[in-house]
Design a binder for this molecule. Sequence first.
Ligand code: FES
Ligand code: FES
Length: 152
Amino acid sequence: MRLTVDGTEHELDVEPDMPLLWLLRDELGLHGPKYGCGIAACGACTVHLDGLAVRACQITAEEVEGAEVTTIEGLGTPDAPHPVQQAWIEEQVAQCGYCQSGQIMQAASLLALNPAPTDAEIDAAMSGNLCRCASYPRIRAAIRRAIQSEGA
Ligand code: FES
Ligand code: FES
């Protein structure tokens, strides 16, 4: 199968029903997307599929044939972080960090679709991303900061 991940095209020989999360982590060595629940209930595995946030544990290799996937590794760089990543740093959001790549990918997808969400829209968009360290107030603050930094 062919798949573009973080701007690089790959040709992979994998089982059609392999979850995208396995493909990213085990075949491509991209460990930013995390395994949390495996049943679309935590958001730790969130990546972008053709620009939209999806749960990589619930999508199979055959479903992403020819698609473009972006992981946290491809969202920005240390020298040029995505505005959401920059806001996360400035708000010092992470505690243990396990959920945070999923949180950032979900927030980046939200702001790409809706550059000026209301608090209710932020809460609705982020409600499927769980954080056992309860960093939710800092997550909201970082999203607000990213919105302001983009002048929305
Ligand atoms: S591991 Fe995919 S949603 Fe929890
Ligand atoms: S920072 Fe620890 S689970 Fe979210």
